[in-house]
Design a protein around this ligand. Structure first.
Ligand SMILES: NC(=O)C1=CN([C@@H]2O[C@H](COP(=O)(O)OP(=O)(O)OC[C@H]3O[C@@H](n4cnc5c(N)ncnc54)[C@H](OP(=O)(O)O)[C@@H]3O)[C@@H](O)[C@H]2O)C=CC1
Ligand SMILES: Nc1nc2c(c(=O)[nH]1)N=C([C@H](O)[C@@H](O)CO)CN2
Length: 239
């Protein structure tokens, strides 16, 4: 039985790089997308199952879960990557911002982990190896972020879900976080922001998506690491 890996929000950037990596390893994948980027068409042509999902409402989460179960009866792993890096400066409606951040970063993983564990257990039963849940959190889980307050709090909630679900699902399913700081800039990031951000870590580089791919491969290959957050942050904590 080839059990696919589910990656949420894989239409661009890190999620897309992960999807391409797994396909290059002949690992079946299911991805979610919200915007139908051209890259989604290309993933589908390469054999990926691509499911539209907008996690901005409870109904959208529920609709996705139902669609997922129509496509597969087992999962090798779930990578919760979908995210919105939104901030208070851009959203004076703090009620909506907080709800949106919590829903995409905490409620969506919470509901999928609870309602799709049977798919992961089906893989474990057949393979006799543990399945995996991986949460993409953020370095700011440790520090907070004065400019992304609701975002940081929601990622901290996701970090806590890692601890709870790892205890709930062990030993059949491992649950870990990958906690990045800067991985890749956004196109709109100006030179001043880029220079300031690069100075925040000891390594002082924009490392690129391969760092996250390497981290996720490490967690997938381990039969022992669970309940942990793998920091991928260039030594930012020592700056
Ligand atoms: N990039 C970086 O340097 C860092 C990234 N991270 C974390 O790593 C992960 C990947 O980062 P990155 O690739 O930059 O992520 P992006 O900001 O590119 O977002 C990834 C995807 O999430 C999707 N998404 C956003 N909101 C929703 C929603 N409501 N419903 C469904 N999908 C949604 C987006 O869809 P659409 O294409 O429609 O917009 C997008 O394709 C994230 O969890 C991020 O927080 C953490 C620290 C640093
Ligand atoms: N969903 C996203 N989350 C984050 C992003 C992003 O582009 N999308 N970017 C960052 C920054 O790189 C930050 O780590 C350094 O300024 C954080 N989260």
């Amino acid at each position: 039985m080839t059990s696919p890996i589910l990656i949420t929000g894989a239409g661009q950037r890190i999620g897309l790089a992960l999807a391409k990596h797994f396909l290059s390893q002949d690992q079946a994948i299911i991805i979610t997308y919200r915007t139908r980027h051209r890259a989604v068409d290309l993933l589908e042509q390469q054999g990926a199952v691509c499911i539209y999902a907008d996690f901005s409402t409870d109904a959208g989460i529920s609709t996705f879960i139902d669609a997922l179960k129509q496509h597969t009866d087992s999962l090798r792993a779930i990578v919760h990557n979908a995210s919105s890096w939104d901030c208070e400066a851009n959203n004076p409606d703090f009620e909506a911002l907080f709800d949106n951040m919590m829903r995409i970063h905490a409620k969506t993983p919470y509901l999928i982990n609870n309602k799709c564990a049977d798919l992961l257990l089906a893989y474990q039963l057949a393979s006799k190896a543990p399945a995996d849940i991986i949460h993409l959190t953020d370095y700011v889980v440790e520090t907070g972020s004065p400019k992304h307050i609701a975002y940081a709090a929601s990622k901290a909630a996701l970090d806590n879900l890692t601890k709870s679900f790892s205890a709930k699902y062990a030993p059949n399913i491992k649950v870990n976080s990958v906690a990045p700081s800067l991985i890749i800039f956004n196109e709109h990031d100006d030179e001043a922001y880029r220079a300031k951000t690069l100075k925040k870590s000891l390594m002082g580089i924009e490392p690129g998506c391969q760092e996250i791919i390497n981290s996720i491969d490490l967690l997938l290959q381990s039969h022992y690491i669970t309940g942990r957050a793998l920091p991928v942050d260039g030594g930012r904590h020592l700056k």
